[in-house]
Design a protein around this ligand. Structure first.
Ligand SMILES: Cc1ncc(C[n+]2csc(CCOP(=O)(O)OP(=O)(O)O)c2C)c(N)n1
Ligand SMILES: [Mg+2]
Length: 580
């Protein structure tokens, strides 16, 4: 209350007006100072105004329908740009929805920061039942690379700096940043606030490999009779494309790209052994892994896949602990991919010997044989389509539009597309990654379009699509150049399974027959198309890519065409009990 006496006080006695800032503005200023201009998230208490203010401050704030999709968008933005993608969520349930993406990002080495608002610490810690009460920091900790909480507005700058550095330095991964509701309205002097911000200098410092390690690796490679280079998504992430290509070409060694490393060198490159995978894994004697891990996707570097012949592994990776994780690594090269590949190239000199000709010929013959075997299947123009016929059409489209980004998930839809669709440029194929997780599709598609401005083609199993399908509204709302193709075979793996009891419930792996996913896109103003042949599919995808309009194509696939679990059916446990 202002009384009359105060009102009449002479002007000169008034305090000079202090300029203030608060937690909301400090978070935004700290992100912007570090070159982060996009937030993916879902609004709600206590971060609704943070999103509004971020937009008012010129940031892009991309609002999703579910936090998992926003988190996947942030993660793939991190992969594509080497700058942590930001996912912003509300407390407890919103946070938990984001955590799956955070854990997936960490597993895949994608840098992202999940920023979640949280409830009152005093009440949460005494478990007194606050609104959306949860000890989020404790839950996030084991699922990501680092987790921090900021309690004072003056620490926001340093908190965000720590989060950024933790996400991108060394092996990248997910970071959790807990911002309690009270923090946002904490006020401080604007000048002091500005001073408290930290611009992270050299957030992912180069890690130069030891010269002795480089020499050891080249000695092992030179000794090989049947060498192989395997490129992983770490190599794609590094954005050392020219150096990697130069190394592969100078060595003359056949290379095998892991799924998201496809296109680092074109799949049609004469040294590409993608179509001779089984042969090169089984028969090689020296294998150089570049940003690829010997996890389940490479059968842990041992067993039947890797054949009888003794093998020596050279491994180039930023993470020292990766070495000897599954088998002995004869020549570990610990360093960032760019520095390591450059060092290897330099140490190779100008007279590097070509690998033995009989090995090159063996790989070439096998590749040509397999490509020839597949060719007729890709040209089948039947209705309903089988996977190969439909993928043959998409393969031509990607060849003609090598700049488009391909997002891919499903079982058969994934495994067959990976083999059939050649990639020509780096970081154009985004998929289920290390976990084989369903649900990344629409989040990846949105972020790929936002971050690159390039057209996106998302090839989705009907089950896979369902995990993030509501985001077609997001795609329409932001008018993104995304064409979703749903391979609709009426279910998971196949649409033909039946309930063995004859009861009314359908089999757990089948969906509503002949569903029209295209109508979902139409509901939000996008273009929906139903296609039954590869020719129709080609026309529809080309039209979508030309127009840049949000499009969903329901591609009718023979429900009997798929196989159980796609290419990894061998991982299913088998019951030995035969019930009558
Ligand atoms: C989060 C998650 N849940 C479940 C699975 C198990 N899973 C693997 S593939 C798949 C769906 C396969 O069906 P679809 O996408 O229609 O592909 P199709 O083989 O029919 O082409 C599921 C549910 C998974 N990988 N990830
Ligand atoms: Mg399916």
């Amino acid at each position: 209350m202002v009384d009359a006496a105060t009102k009449t006080k002479p002007e000169t006695a008034a305090e000079p007006e202090q300029e203030l800032t608060d937690g909301f503005h400090l978070v935004i200023d700290a992100l912007k100072l570090n070159g982060i201009n996009t937030i993916y998230g879902v609004p709600g208490i206590p971060i609704t105004d943070l999103g509004r203010m971020a937009q008012a401050a010129g940031m892009r704030v991309i609002s999703f329908r579910h936090e998992q999709n926003a988190g996947n968008a942030a993660a793939i933005a991190g992969f594509l740009t080497k700058t942590p993608g930001i996912c912003l969520t509300v407390s407890a349930p919103g946070f938990l929805n984001g955590v799956t993406a955070l854990a997936n990002a960490t597993t895949n080495c994608f840098p992202m920061i999940l920023i979640s608002g949280s409830s009152e610490r005093e009440i949460v810690d005494l478990q007194q039942g606050d609104y959306e009460e949860m000890d989020q920091l404790a839950i996030a900790k084991p699922l990501c690379k680092a987790a921090y909480r900021v309690l004072h507005a003056a620490d926001i700058g340093i908190g965000i700096a720590r989060a950024i550095r933790a996400a991108v330095s060394g092996r990248p991964g997910g970071v959790y940043l807990d911002l309690p509701a009270k923090l946002f309205s904490q006020v401080m002097d604007a000048q002091a606030g500005a001073k408290s911000l930290v611009k992270v200098i050299d957030p992912a410092p180069a890690q130069i490999p030891a010269p002795a390690a480089v020499k050891r690796a080249l000695d092992v490679l030179k000794s090989a009779k049947r060498p192989l280079i395997i490129l992983g998504k770490g190599a794609a992430y590094a954005q050392a494309d020219d150096a990697i290509r130069a190394l592969v070409e100078k060595s003359g060694v056949p290379f095998l790209p892991m799924s998201m490393a496809k296109g680092l060198l074109p799949d049609t490159h004469p040294q590409c052994a993608g179509a001779a995978r089984s042969t090169v894994l089984a028969q090689s004697d020296v294998v150089m892994l570049i940003g690829a891990r010997l996890n389940w996707l490479l059968s842990h570097g041992k067993g039947k896949t890797w054949g009888e012949a003794p093998k020596k592994f050279i491994q180039v990776d930023i993470e020292p602990k990766e070495m000897d994780s599954n088998v002995e690594i004869a020549a570990p090269v610990v360093g960032d991919i760019g520095s390591s590949v450059t060092a290897l190239l330099e140490a190779m000199g100008s007279k590097w010997p070509a690998p033995p000709a009989d090995w090159i010929d063996t790989v070439k013959a096998k590749r040509e044989e397999n490509i020839a075997k597949m060719a007729p299947r890709l040209m089948k123009n039947s209705a309903p389509m089988d996977f190969h016929g439909a993928l043959g059409a998409l393969r031509t489209i990607v060849k003609e539009r090598p700049d488009a980004i391909l997002v891919n998930e499903g079982a058969n839809t994934l495994d067959l597309a990976r083999g059939v669709i050649d990639m020509y440029r780096p970081r154009k194929r985004l998929d289920v990654g290390t976990w084989g997780v369903m649900g990344v599709g629409m989040g990846f598609a949105v972020a790929a379009a936002i971050e690159t401005g390039k057209p996106v083609l998302a090839v989705e199993g009907d089950s896979a699509f369902g995990f993030s399908g509501m985001e077609v509204e997001t795609i329409c709302r932001y008018d993104l150049p995304v064409c979703v193709v749903v391979f609709n075979n009426n279910g998971i793996y196949r649409g033909t399974n039946v309930n063995p009891t004859g009861g009314p419930d359908p089999s757990p792996t089948v969906f509503v027959k002949d569903a029209r996913y295209d109508k979902m896109m139409e509901a939000f103003g996008g273009v929906g198309v139903n296609v039954t042949t590869p020719d129709e599919l080609s026309r529809a995808v080309n039209a979508a890519m030309d127009s840049g309009k949000p499009t969903l194509i329901n591609a009718v696939i023979d429900p009997a065409a798929g196989t159980e679990s796609g290419r990894i059916g061998n991982l299913n446990p088998q019951s030995v009990i035969r019930k009558k």
